[in-house]
Design a protein around this ligand. Sequence first.
Ligand SMILES: Nc1ncnc2c1ncn2[C@@H]1O[C@H](COP(=O)(O)OP(=O)(O)OP(=O)(O)O)[C@@H](O)[C@H]1O
Ligand SMILES: [Mg+2]
Length: 310
Amino acid sequence: MSLDNDIIEKKVYETYAQIATESTMVRNVKEAVKILEKNYKLIINEDIVRLVYASFLNGRPVLFEGPPGTGKTEIGEALLELWSGKKGFLLPCSENYDEYKVIGDFHPLMAMKIGFTEESFVPRILLAAMILDVGVLVDEIRRSSDEFQNLLLDIIDKRRIVVPELKRVFKSKGSGFQVILTSNPEDVAQNELSDAFLRRVIRIKFDYPDIETERKIIKIRSFDKPLVSEELINLVLKTINKLRKSNLLHKPGTDESVSWVKLAQSIAKLENEDVVKIKHIKEAATSLLSKRQEDEELITSVINDVFSEY
Ligand SMILES: Nc1ncnc2c1ncn2[C@@H]1O[C@H](COP(=O)(O)OP(=O)(O)OP(=O)(O)O)[C@@H](O)[C@H]1O
Ligand SMILES: [Mg+2]
């Protein structure tokens, strides 16, 4: 069936092609690591990229599992884009997902008038990704139901989507349709992942970066001005690492170190300063790091401890 007379494909192109914009396809691992740093400001270990690409070559979904703010979502989206050469889709999970919400449903008024036909069918993200041959980042998979997880794995395994109401089977036409799932096992609002699910995915564990990598991330992510000295970055890293070793409920991720430095830079900028001073770092600290009331006391004491000599 050609695109011109395939109503569903036409609908997908009209609606979703605007999201799946063209970019450069990079399937060489070393090249990808370089582009991730240069174009996406993401510092990623070559081993992770190799394992993700190897999984894609095997048509296996990848699960990024690890604490909040360690780059799971951004790295997943970037890798899917480099792999398929087009921007992929993001599917944030929710408990009440079913095939109608992620594959397609029928426009109620049209379906009443003309029945369950291709004209009244509204394609959704998974079907669109398969037709456009782009990746899907399924974010926070633990927030979805078992039924949804099984539905998803079945689609990935068979690389096809069946829509019984239309008596149609849509088949994947290329290798761009790949899936990366993310999960944070410490999240309180979560479901367990079944053994059957875990057996079928390639699990990649994410963790906080080592100090030198985190320093590099802060440097490429922060603003050029006002300048932040090495000494201040050291203090930030020291505080963050102490907090990670403590028994805080919400431990700071790389996200927090970057955001902390950027907030201090913006405070300094508003004060017309050319360089960030210790008072700006201190001023940004508590509001940024303390996400729960129960954590406030501990955070304040760690900050006071690290900053005591200044
Ligand atoms: N490897 C990395 N390279 C560059 N920036 C990073 C990296 N890891 C984390 N970051 C920083 O953390 C921010 C948040 O990353 P992201 O949202 O992808 O984390 P996450 O692991 O998905 O978090 P959550 O579990 O809360 O969803 C990024 O915008 C970036 O500032
Ligand atoms: Mg995320």
